[in-house]
Design a protein around this ligand. Structure first.
Ligand code: ZN
Length: 440
């Protein structure tokens, strides 16, 4: 039944944020909420729409243009990659080498899209990427590959679809997914969208939200993902207990949980899905985490073989897995609880585990004296006298070996720093409230 809904949504084909296809998809999504929601709203969001008009290559391979590629023509440097996440660095290097165009391939018969980013930190300052880039389904044997790309950028409107279903209490929980998708996009993320109307709640009030512009749609911002979610968060009037973000439902998906939710999640999930005790920052979850809202994210742990490709297709036998996800998420919605002692354990662990260099960067804004007294107090009493990490606004961008933190600048982090920083953000929000309540 869920697979049927996915196939119906998928019949529209690829949906780039702000396209006319998105309007048709939004109408279908509204239909899925009929009879299962008390109210449905469609909220327009300003997005940058990117369109591929035409692509041709002289070499023997199928081709499409990479998202945000500018129009242009020239002889392409052909680069084979194992992971799409290698593309930003290699694209940046190619620009520096002065090549006219780039052709990426995973040489496995797939066509893929990926937003072109340029080192360092996607800082285009409002400019599109400078040279055309295409993706080939295989590495061609030809000596040269001449490419010609025509694309179009235009300011447009995307839509967030929000369905509300009342529970017995005013406690509010959001479940989010994104409907814009590259190529077939059935796991990423039409499956998440299709799941929303099946989720059950009794106790808590639910907002089921299908967001626009997760994959693309930002105006060459420092973060290329989650623009629809950022717009949604910036106009929030209520505060949810937590958000469950469904992004890329696959047999390898795990549940990422932000600080304070781990023990409760383990109890609710009962080993039906593996749980990771860290937040997922590379989905729409980041927009919520940035505001200090706890999140649970269902998403694969590693890059999946058909990621962003024309082979991202859901098979009928996945119905059972999708039903398991519905049951788990329905359980989380009504029963997941935020645990204060767990969050303080996390503060302790972070204070001890962070490398000195990072700690020093993070405590800017606090005097060493203030920092020390906070540190001692957390260690001794499990409570904070102040925010032990100073004023961290958020992470601007993680890019290979560099991270830029809002208000602090860039530096080389240890592994997984983006996740560490997101944890810190949540902790800071929590501790700020604690501090205010303690009134000292
Ligand atoms: Zn996704």
């Amino acid at each position: 039944m869920i697979v049927e809904v996915i196939k119906k949504l998928s019949s529209i084909g690829e949906v780039i944020a702000g396209s006319k296809e998105e309007r048709r998809l939004v109408d279908l999504i509204k239909e899925t909420f009929e009879g299962v929601a008390d109210d449905v709203r469609v909220v327009p969001v300003d997005v940058l729409n990117w369109q591929e008009k035409s692509v041709s290559v002289s070499c023997n391979a199928k081709a499409l243009s990479l998202t945000y590629s500018p129009s242009g023509a020239g002889e392409a440097k052909v680069i084979e990659v194992k992971s799409l996440f290698e593309i930003p660095k290699l694209y940046s290097q190619a620009i520096e080498e002065g090549v006219e165009a780039v052709a990426f391939t995973t040489n496995d018969g797939t066509l893929r899209r990926f937003v072109l980013k340029r080192s360092p930190f996607l800082q285009y300052y409002g400019e599109p990427p400078p040279i055309p880039a295409v993706f080939l389904d295989r590495r061609p044997n030809d000596e040269t590959c001449y490419v010609e790309v025509e694309t179009k950028f235009a300011p447009s409107v995307g839509y967030n679809v929000e369905a509300v279903r009342a529970g017995k209490t005013d406690e509010l929980v959001y479940v989010t997914a994104h409907h814009d998708h590259f190529l077939s996009g059935e796991h990423d993320d039409l499956a998440g969208v299709a799941l929303l109307p099946f989720i059950k709640n009794e106790k808590r009030t639910l907002k089921l939200v299908s967001l626009t512009a997760e994959e693309s749609g930002c105006y060459f911002d420092t973060l290329s993902w989650g623009c629809g979610a950022r717009a949604y968060v910036s106009s929030l009037r209520d505060s949810p207990k937590f958000v469950v973000d469904l992004d890329f439902l696959d047999p390898t998906s795990v549940l990422f949980v932000s600080p304070g939710l781990f023990k409760s999640a383990v109890g609710v999930v009962e080993s039906r899905i593996p749980i990771e005790r860290r937040p997922q920052a590379y989905t729409n979850s980041y927009a919520f985490l940035r505001k200090g809202i706890p999140t649970v994210t269902l998403s694969p742990k590693e890059e999946v073989s058909y990621y962003h490709s024309n082979k991202d297709v859901v098979e009928p036998q996945e119905e059972e897995l999708l039903e398991r996800f519905v049951n788990v998420v329905s359980g989380l919605v009504d029963s997941l609880e935020f645990n204060e002692s767990e969050i303080l354990e996390d503060v302790r662990e972070l204070l001890e585990s962070l490398p000195l260099e990072v700690r020093l960067k993070l405590v800017m804004g606090l005097s060493p004296q203030q920092y020390l007294s906070s540190f001692r107090m957390v260690m001794k009493t499990g409570r904070a006298r102040d925010r032990p990490f100073g004023e961290i606004l958020g992470i601007v961008e993680s890019f290979f070996d560099k991270v830029t933190i809002e208000g602090l600048g860039e530096f080389s982090p240890p592994q997984g720093l983006l996740e560490v920083l997101v944890r810190i953000k949540i902790l800071n929000e929590f501790l700020k409230n604690e501090f205010e309540q303690m009134n000292i």
